[in-house]
Design a protein around this ligand. Structure first.
Ligand code: NDP
Length: 331
């Protein structure tokens, strides 16, 4: 059987371009014991994949050149040599960027498409949602009454952070995003204030949106946003350092926040995290998020790009802010 895969053809320098990717048709080997064959229906493109395109050591190994990329996907089991899965089961797994995937049954997880559509398991009900929940509640130690600032707020993680904070009793939630349409959407989602970071210095816009300071900063962006958040931080504020997307395409080391010394007197906590270290919160998160979605307390947006061959375009678009909510590729 033939599969179509997207390979990394070359490592991007700065912003990725379509020439960094190649579509390859390959003959699949027969299944071995314990393996399943999955026909993917949706796949995820995520900012962390940009880091994996560089040849540097990180918490996940770099992608290899001339080999398929990988990442979150949901699909249907079309052949099974495992007792754990039957043909027709819907599964979530880590072999995206291809239409057909062979994988060990133990690395797939059953999902229930009667409860939510496939893409939800890559977004609000998947790794994205857990990142928002764990980062806010555990890493940033959110408490009722906190004023919360989140950057990348109209994106997949950010939009959930803001809504979860409201659901848990934040006194004020402020979001920053990259366009007027995104700012409007944040206000519709229940954010108390939102601004477009292109409209002026983040420091100034944040200070106006949070006149009494912030208690929690959920950082998806780094750079100028992080420095501004330190400037607006109240005593004992907690920062969850989730991502630094403003720096992912940088070709030179980027400077740190110039006002970091404020963290001393204000007794700030700045803590980085990787969602994979918070799987112990998955069951609690699944239950709460299912309820919030059912009650309409949390909404989730997605931007869908059609066709596996357009996955590189979707990924490049994600880094440019072409998505509102989760960027999904339908296959
Ligand atoms: P998003 O859906 O937020 O998509 C990325 C967004 O980043 C774009 O839509 C764009 O929106 C914004 N962006 C791009 N460039 C810049 C810039 N220079 N300055 C400010 N914003 C920019 O992606 P995710 O929700 O999947 O991920 C959000 C962050 O969380 C990323 O940094 C990611 O790496 C991180 N992450 C970390 C995890 C962890 O375990 N620590 C797990 C999952 C995600 P805009 O139009 O607003 O600019």
């Amino acid at each position: 059987m033939k599969a179509t895969e997207i390979h990394l053809a070359s490592r991007p320098t700065g912003e990725p371009v379509s020439d960094n990717f190649r579509t390859v048709v390959t003959e699949l080997p027969p299944l071995e014991d314990g393996q399943i064959l999955v026909r993917n229906t949706v796949m995820s493109v995520d900012p962390y994949m940009r880091g994996r395109m560089n040849d540097v050591k990180s918490y996940v190994p770099p992608f290899a050149i001339d080999a398929p990329l990988d990442g979150g996907a949901v699909g249907e089991v079309v052949e099974s040599r495992s007792d754990a899965f039957a043909v027709g089961d819907a599964v979530s797994h880590g072999k995206g960027w291809r239409d057909l995937a062979i994988l060990p049954a133990k690395s797939a997880r059953k999902v229930d498409l009667s409860k939510a559509k496939a893409s939800a398991y890559l977004g609000a009900l998947g790794m994205t949602g857990l990142t928002a929940y764990a980062g806010l509640t555990s890493v940033a130690q959110f408490k009722e009454g906190d004023t919360v600032f989140v950057s990348g707020a109209a994106g997949a993680v950010g939009s959930l952070v803001g809504q979860i904070a409201k659901a848990l009793g934040a006194s004020r939630v402020i979001g920053s995003a990259g366009s007027p349409a995104k700012v409007k959407r944040l206000l519709e989602l229940g954010f108390d204030a939102a601004f477009d970071y292109h409209d002026g210095p983040v420091r100034k816009q944040l200070a106006e949106a949070a006149p009494d300071g912030i208690d929690v900063y959920f950082d998806n962006v780094g750079g100028e946003h992080l420095e501004a958040a330190i400037g607006s931080a109240n005593k004992y504020a907690r920062f969850a350092l989730c991502g630094a997307i403003s720096q992912y395409n940088a070709t030179e080391p980027t400077p740190g926040p110039r006002n970091l010394a404020l963290a001393i007197g204000r007794e700030l906590t700045l803590k980085g995290f990787i969602v994979g270290s918070y799987n112990h919160l998955a069951a609690e998160f699944d239950e709460k998020m299912a309820q919030w979605l059912a009650d309409g307390v949390v909404e989730w947006d997605e931007t869908v790009v059609d066709g596996l061959e357009n996955a590189p375009k979707a990924f490049i678009g994600l880094l440019r802010g072409e998505n509102t909510g989760k960027m999904i590729v339908s296959i």
